[in-house]
Write a protein that binds this ligand. Structure first.
Ligand SMILES: CC(C)=CCC/C(C)=C/COP(=O)(O)O
Length: 288
């Protein structure tokens, strides 16, 4: 079956929409009705098949209608009313806006990936960036958490460390689920030379380092680091971890920004699921 994209004819003098022949942008008129001979694209079909009341409401919101286009001929001839042509514009604008954002994201990420390899413009800083990368890796955090739990001689300390470990495992699980669902490829300028990765780590959205930095940063500030200068250092570290992901070429900017947001929310989840000593005793009793 031929693709609906391939059938959409190119038009001049209008607004850009996605889905033209060869996957390129096409320009559709904001005011002129579409040719009746060509079948509507999938988005339009979707709208036409929806509830007529909401469809009418959407028509009245459409740019065509707002501009007062008087080209409406009604549907007496069995043809779709021209106002409905406007329905295809809104989703198209959203798509164009999204693809523009994506293009900006890719462009910025490429420009900022200045340590992607040794002969990049900031290649000499790459070892430092890789050190920052290790500081946000899951293994040192898990190993450090287990060590501190083992060394902790107070019930309060053990409680905090157990919850940190629970948060770290939750983070690995959630990031793995999102990476496997979104499957965004890492930037083309990235060299895949990270140590100890899972198979989902070939995908880049979201940055696992960024989620960990945001979640652990919040955890440290809430439970472990009280002195003001150290609190500033924690924030600085989290920001550097995020920046180093883009500078090393591991991630696009949006991977890191989403990762920070996700890690921030994950900390709320850790607080919600907080394992109290009573819960822990109950759990231990249940498994013993
Ligand atoms: C093996 C363990 C315990 C964790 C893997 C940590 C890791 C390599 C995450 C990938 O991070 P980015 O998504 O920021 O590249």
């Amino acid at each position: 079956m031929p693709s609906p994209k391939a059938k959409a004819p190119a038009r001049a003098g209008g607004s850009p929409v996605l889905g033209g022949a060869n996957g390129r942008y096409e320009f559709l008129s904001l005011t002129k009705p579409l040719s009746r001979s060509s079948p509507p694209p999938p988005l339009l079909l979707q709208r036409q098949g929806s509830d007529p009341t909401t469809a009418r409401l959407r028509v009245s919101e459409s740019p065509t209608r707002r501009r007062g286009s008087g080209s409406s001929t009604g549907s007496a001839s069995g043809q779709a009313p021209p106002e409905e042509d406007g329905l295809r514009l809104n989703p198209s604008f959203v798509r164009v806006a999204l693809s523009s954002l994506l293009a900006i994201d890719l462009w910025m990420s490429k420009r900022l990936g200045v340590c992607a390899c040794e002969d990049s413009s900031w290649g000499s800083v790459r070892p430092l960036m890789k050190l920052i990368e290790i500081s946000g890796h899951g293994i040192p955090w898990l190993a450090g958490g287990v060590y501190c739990l083992y060394k902790s001689d107070s019930a309060a300390g053990q409680e905090v460390m157990l919850n940190l470990l629970m948060g770290l495992l939750l983070d690995l699980l959630l990031v793995g689920i999102v990476k496997a669902s979104v499957r965004r490829r890492r930037p083309s300028h990235n060299r895949m030379d990270m140590f100890a990765t899972f198979s989902v780590d070939r995908y880049s959205f979201p940055s696992g380092h960024a989620t960990r930095a945001a979640m652990c940063g919040r955890f440290l500030l809430a439970h472990l680091v009280l002195a003001a200068p150290l609190r500033v250092l924690v924030l600085l570290w989290a920001a550097l971890v995020g920046l180093s992901r883009v500078m090393l070429g591991r991630h696009n900017v949006t991977d890191v920004m989403f990762g920070f947001w996700m890690g921030y929310c994950q900390y709320n989840l850790v607080e919600m699921l907080w394992l109290s000593p009573q819960t822990l005793q109950g759990l231990l009793g249940y498994f013993a």
